[in-house]
Design a protein around this ligand. Structure first.
Ligand code: ZN
Length: 159
């Protein structure tokens, strides 16, 4: 029946908690098992939702000590002041000398020229503006969803 029966089995299925929070990825085989056991419902071709709330393990939560690479990833390798993708570095929004910490809320990707321009000043004294307010992602799933470029999944990125 090849050609007439077109069931698309995608490799990766996004699993949402009952609260619609993305918690995991699985493959379709395991997704089917969850569905057959009435533990999940289908929301779309690539998304299922658990019917019972699952408490997230602490390991899935993002710590407030981000690595440099996770800041680059969150900021999509773009200067958060001018949008440049060249000669990037990490900028402390509130300079270290003024008590700014190494936190998700205080670290952004900046190009060298914005970084130099900003120097050791507070943002409000520079006339520069952040394109987005730096935030700490709620859990590591958010990264994967942003990176996936799959619209069906990105609907479930929470603010
Ligand atoms: Zn810049």
């Amino acid at each position: 029946m090849e050609g007439t029966l077109k069931i698309k089995f995608y490799e990766t299925i996004l699993v949402l908690n009952s609260s619609y929070e993305p918690i995991n990825f699985t493959n379709w085989k395991r997704a089917v098992v969850l569905l057959l056991k009435n533990k999940a419902q289908v929301l779309s071709e690539r998304v299922i939702r658990l019917l019972n709330y699952v408490k997230l393990p602490v390991s899935k939560l993002v710590s407030n000590k981000p690595s440099r690479s996770s800041i680059y990833k969150r900021d999509e390798n773009k200067c958060q002041y001018c949008g440049s993708t060249k000669s990037l570095t990490i900028d402390h929004v509130i300079p270290k000398s003024k008590g700014g910490g190494d936190t998700w809320e205080n670290l952004v990707v900046a190009c060298c020229s914005c970084n130099t321009k900003k120097g050791d000043k507070l943002l409000e004294h520079t006339g520069m503006k952040l394109r987005t307010q730096p935030k700490r992602p709620q859990n590591s799933m958010e990264f994967n969803l942003v990176k996936s470029n799959i619209k069906e999944w990105q609907e479930y990125i929470y603010e």
